[in-house]
Design a binder for this molecule. Structure first.
Ligand SMILES: [Zn+2]
Ligand SMILES: [Zn+2]
Ligand SMILES: [Zn+2]
Length: 214
C-alpha cells in the first residue's frame, strides 16, 4: 500500500501534527496531568501492521466492554462479529469484558481481536494513568493518524474505493470502481485497519479530526 512511511497525525486538543512515536510524549507533557477530576488511563491503540493508530483516554473505572464498543465504532464494526481482549500472543485465555481498565499496570500491552474469521488484530498499550475534566462520553480521542491517500491503480487519479475481490486489494477511483463493479467487490477507502475486509464501510466512525476554525 502507498505512503506507509509517514505515520503522522493531529493532536485533537491543539492541532499539532506529529508522529505516533512522539504523540504520547506530547500529550503527557502538554495536555494531561494528575490534577483533573476524573482518573483516566492514556491508551495507545495500533493495528498489527502499525499503519493505523489512536491515542485515547478512558476512565480507570471503565471496563474492557466500553473499550470494545469504542473500537467497533471507530475502526471495526461491519456485521457484529465476536471480539476478545487477551494477553499478547495468547490465543486461549482472553480477559473477561468486565475487567476494569485500571487493573492493568502502566506499560502493559495487550492484544485485541475482532472477528475470528477475517480477523483484525490490534495492540493496546496502557501508557500511563492521567486525569481529565469529567465528561459524558467514556472515551475521548486525543490523536489519530492522518488518513492515507491512494491513487487509482488503473488510471492514476485519486482513489476512493477498494476492490477487495483481488488480493492484495486494488485501489480505484470512482469511475474505475464503477467499471470493476460487476466482477469486483467494491468497498470505500476508510481510515481504518479493517478497510477492504468483510463489508466494512466505516459508517460508525464519528471520530474524524475536525480542525477548529481559526
Ligand atoms: Zn496537543
Ligand atoms: Zn463482517
Ligand atoms: Zn481510475
Amino acid at each position: 500500500m502507498a505512503n506507509r512511511k509517514q505515520h503522522k497525525g493531529p493532536c485533537y486538543l491543539c492541532g499539532k501534527e506529529t508522529t505516533r512515536g512522539y504523540m504520547g510524549r506530547h500529550l503527557l507533557a502538554d495536555h494531561l496531568g494528575p490534577d483533573g477530576d476524573q482518573a483516566c488511563y492514556l491508551l495507545k491503540i495500533e493495528d498489527e501492521y502499525r499503519n493505523y493508530w489512536l491515542f485515547i483516554d478512558i476512565p480507570v473505572s471503565s471496563t474492557l466492554l466500553t473499550l470494545d464498543t469504542f473500537l467497533r465504532a471507530v475502526w471495526l464494526e461491519c456485521c457484529g462479529h465476536m471480539s476478545a481482549f487477551m494477553p499478547l500472543r495468547s490465543y486461549d485465555n482472553d480477559y473477561g469484558m468486565n475487567k476494569k481498565i485500571g487493573s492493568f499496570l502502566p506499560g502493559t500491552v495487550i492484544q485485541y481481536e475482532y472477528d475470528f474469521g477475517s480477523t483484525t488484530t490490534l495492540y493496546i498499550t496502557f501508557v500511563q494513568e492521567t486525569t481529565r475534566k469529567k465528561q459524558k462520553n467514556a472515551v475521548r480521542v486525543l490523536a489519530r493518524n492522518d488518513p492515507y491517500t491512494f491513487t487509482c491503480e488503473r488510471c492514476g487519479k485519486p482513489a476512493t474505493q477498494v476492490d477487495a475481490a483481488e488480493w492484495p486489494a486494488v485501489m480505484l477511483c470512482e469511475e474505475c470502481a464503477e467499471e470493476a463493479e460487476e466482477e469486483g467487490y467494491i468497498l470505500p477507502i476508510v481510515n481504518s485497519p479493517r478497510m477492504g475486509v468483510c463489508g466494512y464501510c466505516g459508517e460508525f466512525d464519528v471520530y474524524k479530526y475536525k480542525p477548529k476554525a481559526r
